[in-house]
Ligand binder design. Sequence first.
Ligand code: CTP
Ligand code: MN
Ligand code: MN
Ligand code: MN
Length: 425
Amino acid sequence: EKPGLELAVVSVPSYACQRHTPLLHHNTILTDALSILAENAELSENEGRGVAFRRAAALLKSLPQEVRGAEQLRGLPCLGEHSLRVIKEVLEDGVSHEVETTMHSEQFKAMKALTGIFGVGAKTADRWFREGIHNPSNLQRSGHTLNRAQRIGLKYYDELNLPVTKPEAVAIGQIVERAVHAVLPGAEITLIGGFRRGKQTGHDVDFLITHPDEGREEGLMPKVVSWLEAQGFLLYQKTTGNSYLESKEGPARPASNMDRFERCFSIFRLSTDNEGREIQTGDGPQTYSPTLTNTDPHTHSDTHPHSKTDSHPLPQTLVVVGDHAQKVSRVLGHSQCSGPRSWRAVRVDLVVSPYSQFAFALLGWTGSKLFERELRRWAVHEKAMTLSSHALYDRKRMQYLRASSEEEIFAHLGLEYIPPCDRNA
Ligand code: CTP
Ligand code: MN
Ligand code: MN
Ligand code: MN
C-alpha cells in the first residue's frame, strides 16, 4: 500500500486564491525544481511559461502532505505536461536533468547575477549577456554608461543581495513611522509584502501608508522623502506621483497590472553597530511613540485593517545576533566602500493610498505575486469583475464595489477569506 493515495481523491480547487498556501509546506524538493524553471522562463521573457511553472509549484505548496509518487497527482489541476514530466523525474531520480542543466547554464547564472543588480531588468541583462558581460565585475569593467539606480545597485551589490531579516524590517518600520508622523500625524503605516505573509526574510521591505481623513494623504510622499533625506536615512529614492485620478482610461481598465499610487522605490541606510548588531539611533523613546499596525500573519483577529487594538510599543534598540549578523559584517567588511562600516543598505518600497482604497491596496501589495495574479484572473473569468489595487468593478452591474477590509473584498469575489499567511502561492 502506497502512503497518501487519498491525495488523488481530494478535490483541490484550481485557482491559487481558492486555496490556503502556507509558507512552509511538504513539497519543497519539487517546488524548488519548478521554481528554477519558472525563473529561467521569466528571465527569458517567456511569461506564459513562467506562470505555468509557478501555478504548478503553487498547487504542490498547497497540498496537505508530501507527494511520493506520480499516481498521487491524478486529477489535480494546474499540472501541465511539462511540469508533470519534471515532477516525475524528481520523484524517480531525485533530480531533474532539465533543472540541473538550467541551473548550471552560463546564461541562467549570468542573467541571475545581472538582474540581481538593482535597476537592471531582463531586457538589459540579456543585451549585456550577449556582449559577454556575465557578472557585476564584467559590467564594472565594461565602461557601460549606467543610470543612477544601476550605479547604486552595482555599488551595493553584495549587501542588497543579502536577505533583509524581520528585525531589520521592524527597524526600518520605526524610521518610516517617525518620518511619516513628523510630516502627517495620524497617518497609518502597515507592513506589507512578504513580511506580512509571515516570511522571516525578504529582498526588500514594503510599507503602505494612509490617513483616515481622505485627502490628507495627497502629496505625502515628497514630504516623507525630504524628511528621510534630511536625516540621512536615504541612499537612493525614486518617487512617482499618483496618476490614478488623472487617468483617462478610467480605473476599471488599467493599462497594465501596475497600480498608480504615489510610490517610492528606495534604498535605506540602516545603522548597525561595530559588533554587527543592529542599532537604530534616533530621538530616543521619549519623543517617539510607535504605533505600527500589528500585522502578525498568525493573528487572524485583525479583521479590520485599521484596527489599532493589537498595537504595542516596539523595542527602541534591536539586536541582531548570530548567523545573519556575521553575514552582514562579512559583506560590509568586504564592501567596495572604504573599510567596514556601521550601516547597511536595504531596499524599501513605500506606497501611499487614499483611505477609501486602503483595503484594495493592502490586498494588492501583500502578494504573493502569483496569488495576486490568480485573484485578478478569478475576478475576470469567474465573476466578470475587474480587480486592481485601487478598486473592484462589477461589469454586469456596472458599478464599483466598496470595501473597507480584505474580508469584504474576498466576500465580493465569492471567495473564502484567505489570511496573509496562507497567500504564499
Ligand atoms: N507589487 C506591485 N507592483 C509593483 C511591485 C510589487 O503591485 N511594481 C506588489 C506585488 O504584487 C507583491 C507586493 O507588491 O504583492 C510585494 O512585492 P515584492 O516586494 O516584489 O515581493 P514580496 O512578496 O514582498 O517578496 P520579497 O520578500 O522578495 O520582497
Ligand atoms: Mn517585498
Ligand atoms: Mn494561519
Ligand atoms: Mn517590494
